[in-house]
Design a protein around this ligand. Sequence first.
Ligand code: FES
Length: 103
Amino acid sequence: MSGFVTVARLSDVPENTLLPIEANGVKLVLARSGGRVHALHDQCSHEEFPLSDGELDGNQVTCLLHGARFDLETGAARALPAVKPVRVYECRVAGDEIQVNLD
Ligand code: FES
């Protein structure tokens, strides 16, 4: 069974921006970069701090609190002090709708 739900419109997330959303009780950050949209759990793996308050730089998001960086594609930590990945959710665009698989 597919767990894709519509979480935002594509026009809500201009290129090179982050958008915090909540879908079915899950806090996510949508990140649009290079024409693609990614969905990650909206919490740094270092401490409890929202990645949506951070900065987008190419295919990485930087946590504002201590500077950890995460790969948008895989969620892997790319810079200390974070060492653990953040969860990445499958994301697709259908027309003007951004849909995320919350399974
Ligand atoms: S809370 Fe994100 S780097 Fe420390």
